[in-house]
Design a protein around this ligand. Structure first.
Ligand SMILES: [Zn+2]
Length: 119
C-alpha cells in the first residue's frame, strides 16, 4: 500500500456517516512507520518490543512522537523493524567513529602544539 492507498483507506474510514461503520480496526492494523497492512508485525508496547528496545530505538532514531495514548497505530511491520534495527546500529557505529576521530584529532592537536612549543 503506498501513500495514496493509505489516503483512500483513511477517507473510507472517516467519511462514513454512521459511527458504527468507522473502520478503526483497519486503521490500527497499519504499520506505524510505512502504513502497509500486510505481513507479521510487532506491537510497539509488548514484551518482545520491550526486550528488543524498539521504543527506545524509535525515539533515538526518528523525530516522531510515539506514546501509548496517541490514538495512532501501535504496530510495526517486520520490514520496518529490520530497518529500524539497522538504522540504530548504523547510528551507533557513526557515533563510535565520531568519538574515535575526535580523540585522534585531539591527540594530533596536542602533539602538534607540543612540537610547535619545542621549536
Ligand atoms: Zn512498515
Amino acid at each position: 500500500m503506498d501513500n495514496s492507498c493509505l489516503l483512500d483507506l483513511l477517507i473510507r474510514c472517516f467519511a462514513m456517516t454512521e459511527p458504527e461503520d468507522l473502520n478503526f480496526t483497519a486503521f490500527t492494523d497499519l504499520c506505524r512507520l510505512c502504513s502497509l497492512k500486510s505481513g507479521p508485525r510487532l506491537h510497539i508496547f509488548d514484551k518482545e518490543s520491550e526486550q528488543r528496545q524498539i521504543l527506545f530505538k524509535l525515539r533515538t532514531c526518528l523525530p516522531t512522537m510515539i506514546s501509548k495514548d496517541d490514538f495512532l497505530p501501535k504496530k510495526i511491520c517486520e520490514r520496518c523493524v529490520t530497518r529500524l534495527e539497522q538504522l540504530y546500529e548504523w547510528r551507533q557505529s557513526c557515533l563510535s567513529t565520531d568519538s574515535v576521530l575526535r580523540n585522534y584529532a585531539e591527540s594530533m592537536r596536542i602533539v602538534t602544539s607540543t612540537i610547535n612549543f619545542q621549536v
